[in-house]
Design a protein. Structure first.
Length: 289
């Protein structure tokens, strides 16, 4: 393999055309320049220069080496720039979160990408456990969770709080215990957890969500309120999911007398330096959420 330092010395000598001036440009001694060229010739087994006293010209092998050597040195220079370059508005940002947070955050990220087309937003909706696992194995740059992570590979900080809301059909004017029992529960992946938090803080009769007749289930965050809007049952959801529902006139949302909020944690991989584009997105998230 050709020594890059010797190659750079040779190409500079060809460009400058003088051993002394080449030594000055490279901050070397003149014998050092000559030594690099001799080592390169010995390694390749050819004469690169045709020496005529203090002057020289290129041999045919020297011309070929100079042509290809310039391209190699140029590529190495570009490689250094590519490796060290860390632009804040170029590259992919991988984000994962539960669905309700995604309904709030994803449109903001798309608006940012529209402003800076060099960005690529890779957004995945997933439950807390999957978000934590993805951040730990470096499959996601940013994770948002509604529970504090337990993995040693993940570091987190509280970034926002999201209210839980009781959601009934618009026809319900008094969400008392009897009305909820008559309606029945529209369940979802976090339904029992959300019901335990909000209903447990507001209804003395509440023990667990299985007390209610089960009237449906959906794991699609954008569809959970569809059966509620049709009068088929009630549910408990984070506020962002309720705000995103396209038919607000068909539902009623109640924070209840004792409001309950979930803490939203921003999670990243521990001890991994963040690219500037990821830092830029993280800096904007508090005002989006």
């Amino acid at each position: 393999m050709i020594n890059v330092v010797w190659l750079r010395t040779f190409c500079t000598l060809v460009e400058v055309g003088h051993f002394t001036h080449t030594a000055e440009r490279l901050h070397m001694t003149q014998p050092g320049v000559s030594q690099h060229v001799h080592k390169l010739e010995a390694q390749l087994g050819v004469d690169l220069l045709v020496r005529e006293g203090k002057r020289f010209s290129l041999s045919e092998a020297g011309e070929r080496l100079y042509d290809h050597g310039q391209a190699i040195l140029g590529s190495l220079s570009n490689l250094e720039q590519v490796v060290s370059d860390d632009p804040p508005y170029t590259g992919t940002v991988r984000v994962m979160s539960p669905g309700s947070v995604g309904l709030k955050l994803y449109p903001q990220l798309l608006a940012l990408q529209s402003e800076h087309p060099g960005l690529v937003m890779d957004y995945r909706f997933a439950p807390n456990a999957d978000v934590e696992a993805a951040v730990a194995r470096q499959a996601a740059d940013i994770g948002l969770m509604t529970s504090k992570p337990v993995s040693a590979e993940v570091v987190s900080q509280p970034i926002a709080w999201e209210s839980l809301l009781l959601v009934t059909p618009a026809s319900v004017t008094d969400p008392n215990w009897e009305a909820l029992m008559a309606l029945g529960f529209i369940d979802h992946p976090d339904g029992s957890h959300h019901a335990d938090l909000l209903l447990g803080a507001n209804y003395p009769e509440f023990q667990h969500s299985q007390l209610f007749p089960k009237k449906g289930f959906s794991n699609q965050i954008g569809l959970i309120l569809e059966p509620v809007s049709l009068g088929l049952g009630f549910t408990v959801l984070p506020a962002h999911a309720v705000e995103a529902f396209p038919k607000p006139e068909a539902i009623c949302a109640y924070p209840l007398d004792h409001p309950v909020s979930e803490t939203l944690y921003l999670c990243t991989r521990r001890d991994k330096p963040l690219p500037k584009r990821v830092e830029m997105v993280i800096a904007r998230m508090p005002r989006w959420l």
